[in-house]
Ligand binder design. Structure first.
Ligand code: SP5
Ligand code: ZN
Length: 353
């Protein structure tokens, strides 16, 4: 299997996130991607390629250009404002309750803040994704990793894996969040739609609901989004991910959320997977973009499912058994001691070995 990897992720060298306001060691760290890379190298069954530069156009095909400009300029802006901090996290977010009773026309007409502190909240969801000097370059490289993996499949490969870091599925059209800056999977799916004219399915098997991917394609009939994730009633991202969210307009019926209880077993997971895959094969198309997370693992520090390493082989096998070509993109997974084994198991399953 071809793997796309870039060392550029290392410049997003975050140290801390917050847990209920307190600084705590970051979960989404550079070591994650390096563990996966070295495990795939040790396996011997993977060939590595670097990403090619795809420019900004595929990003602004799904994201607000204002988000791109903010992320590009945030660190320099903080320096100019003499905000001397090791990393940047917002204090203040524009919750919709701030605008209660005000018309949508009025609210969307509010100006984007010009200060970096305001911008961090305006363009962000939560405090888990600090910005450092190298964040923008790493996030751009992760997009190129995803698009290069998509190119491999568009060029005839049956499967390709993009070792994206930072991850992407919490990033919405105009919002970063949840360790994510650009939505790598959404950008790849959009590029595939434009290249093929076909419908594309996104299967999200990260532990968390991919609120960003859902938001981007909510009114789209050409991209089906299916996600198996922790019930948002108890877990991040809290405000989206419920089972009654099915899409609107052209996208009516093209969003499938399968929220799951704490303690979910391998068997329970596979039952949900079969539902998602059944919905995918009921729809036309030849390519699935997989948002691949291992925070479903039983020992994950921020998850509460009970999956074991062998089930990942079976999940990969069942996804590939749809007969569709696969663009597999890395999202979360934070229990570092098992990350390499879990990734190798999933990808081996997907290539039938
Ligand atoms: C891509 C991805 O997996 N993003 C996840 C973002 C989760 N952010 C919220 C983390 C909440 C951590 N709660 C810690 C509970 C410890 N018992
Ligand atoms: Zn996750």
């Amino acid at each position: 299997m071809q793997v796309v990897y870039s060392s550029a992720h290392r410049s997003h060298d975050v140290t801390h996130e917050t847990f209920l306001g307190q600084p705590t060691p970051a979960n989404e760290v550079a070591e994650r991607a390096e563990i996966i890379r070295s495990s795939l190298e040790a396996d011997g069954g993977f060939t590595f390629a670097g990403p090619t530069d795809h420019g900004e156009a595929p990003i602004t095909a799904v994201h607000d250009p204002g988000l791109v400009r903010f992320l590009e300029g945030a660190w320099g802006q903080a320096e100019r404002e003499r905000i001397d901090r090791p990393y940047l996290v917002a204090d203040t977010y524009p919750t919709f309750r701030m605008f209660e009773g005000m018309s949508e026309e009025f609210v969307v007409g509010q100006p984007a803040p010009t200060s970096v502190a305001g911008g961090l909240g305006w363009w962000g969801l939560d405090t888990s994704n600090p910005i450092v000097k190298g964040t923008y370059g790493a996030a751009r490289a992760a997009v190129d990793v995803a698009l290069t993996a998509a190119d491999l499949v568009l060029g005839g490969e049956t499967v390709a894996y993009g070792l994206c870091r930072p991850p992407g599925h919490h990033a919405a059209r105009s919002m970063a969040g949840g360790y994510c800056f650009f939505n790598n999977a959404a950008i790849a799916a959009e590029a595939i739609v434009r290249a093929t004219g076909e419908r594309v399915a996104i299967l999200d098997v990260d532990y968390h609901h991919g609120n960003g991917t859902q938001q981007i394609f909510w009114r789209r009939g050409d991209v089906f989004y299916a996600s198996i994730h922790a019930d948002p009633a108890r877990q991040y991202p809290f405000f989206l991910g419920y089972g009654n969210e099915r899409g609107e307009g052209d996208g009516q019926g093209e969003n499938l959320n399968l929220p799951q209880p704490a303690g979910l077993s391998d068997e329970g997971y596979l039952a949900a997977l079969d539902r998602a895959l059944g919905a995918i094969v009921d729809r036309p198309g030849s390519i699935i973009v997989v948002s691949l997370g291992f925070d479903t693992y039983g020992r994950d520090p921020i998850g509460d499912f009970a999956l074991t390493t062998p089930v990942y082989h079976e999940v990969g096998r069942r996804v590939a058994a749809t007969g569709r070509r696969l663009v597999i993109l890395q999202e979360g997974g934070y229990y570092r001691p098992a990350l390499g084994d879990n990734t190798v198991a999933w990808l081996r399953g997907a290539e039938g070995r």
